[in-house]
Design a protein around this ligand. Structure first.
Ligand code: MTE
Length: 311
């Protein structure tokens, strides 16, 4: 049987429309009060909503304005809801129940188990950080995430000496996530990975909030990774399982298109994607171009992780 697998760069007509058309559509929706409608759903009702807004950590500064909320919550890559139309994602989240949420930690750790998210959030201190966010597709945003350092969870579960990597698996709910059935050729559920020392870097976060509120479903509610020096696809959304492994785990995009997407995927203006340059990026929502920074501007904090290694 011949199944045609659309490539990630094959955009539907309406997405290839001129940017001005896209902007007009957003402005119309915005003025009609439609942008953001229904974005919080279950998460909004949850008790953990009282945790937001969290105090901003002033150590994390931006070199550009924060992206407007309607754009960061209305232009999303979340293939489980829609595999190609970024603007359709938020409108397809209605069936997804983000709360209550628990996730499993397993593999090479001394303290495996199931973590209830509400209970976990009582044990950590949430903070807001302003981070640059760069997609491999060459668009970028600047986002106020709320979360806690990944390192805190790693310490709680106490990895065994043989553990070297972490594998993150997104929840698999085909009845609540219509994109899974629309794009059945992918190897669901979505999975990603990091080296443990990458996850221990203070910049790596688990995120539960955005713009001072619980994370909207389209941005990965209620619990996602954010690794700001890597292309956005490394930051798995709606995480259900975290596994500690000795061997480098496979990743969703590397397994489906190995020539295009690697494991490390650090933002690098000098390493073009096989089909487009990474030297500059389009700032959402104006689409103005600006130069891409090595490690997305976080070289000082992370470049030592890669001395002498492929990246
Ligand atoms: N996680 C899951 N489970 N499914 C996805 O399709 N897309 C990735 C990443 N995490 C994705 C995912 C990509 S390509 C990007 S750019 C970011 O999520 C987008 O995050 P945002 O919608 O919050 O901007």
């Amino acid at each position: 049987m011949l199944i045609r697998i659309p490539k990630r760069w094959e955009m539907p007509e309406r997405e290839a429309a001129p940017e001005s058309a896209w902007m007009n559509r957003r402005e119309i929706l915005k003025s009609a009060g439609l942008v953001g409608a229904g974005t919080l759903l279950g998460a909004e009702k949850d008790a953990s909503a009282s945790l937001y807004p969290a105090k901003r950590n002033p150590a994390y500064k931006l070199d550009r304005p924060i992206t407007e909320e309607w754009a960061a919550t209305g232009y999303n890559n979340f293939y489980e809801f829609h595999p190609t139309d970024k603007q359709a994602v938020k409108d397809l989240t209605g069936k997804f129940k983000p709360m209550p949420w628990s996730f499993e930690v397993k593999g090479l750790v001394n303290k495996p188990g199931s973590f209830d998210l509400d209970a976990l959030l009582k044990k950590v201190t949430l903070e807001e950080r302003l981070y640059r966010f760069r997609c491999v597709e060459a668009w970028s945003m600047a986002v106020p995430w709320t979360g806690f350092p990944m390192a805190e969870l790693v310490k709680m579960v106490d990895p065994k000496p043989t553990a070297r990597f972490m594998r993150f698996v997104t929840v698999y709910r085909p009845d609540e996530m219509p994109g899974i059935k629309m794009a059945s050729w992918y190897k669901w559920p979505y999975y990603e990975g990091l080296r443990i020392d990458e996850a221990m870097n203070p910049l790596a976060m688990f995120v539960t909030g955005l713009y001072g509120k619980p994370l909207p479903i389209q941005n990965g509610a209620p619990f996602r990774a954010i690794v700001p020096w890597k292309y956005g696809y490394k930051s798995a959304k709606s995480i259900a399982t975290i596994e500690f492994t000795a061997k480098q785990p496979g990743t969703f995009w590397n397994d489906s298109q190995p020539a295009e997407y690697g494991f490390y995927s650090n933002v690098n203006p000098d390493k073009p994607h096989p089909r487009w340059s990474q030297a500059s990026e389009k700032v959402i929502p104006t689409m103005e171009r600006r130069p891409t920074l090595p490690y997305n501007g976080y070289a000082e904090e992370v470049s030592s992780l890669y001395t002498g290694k492929e990246n």
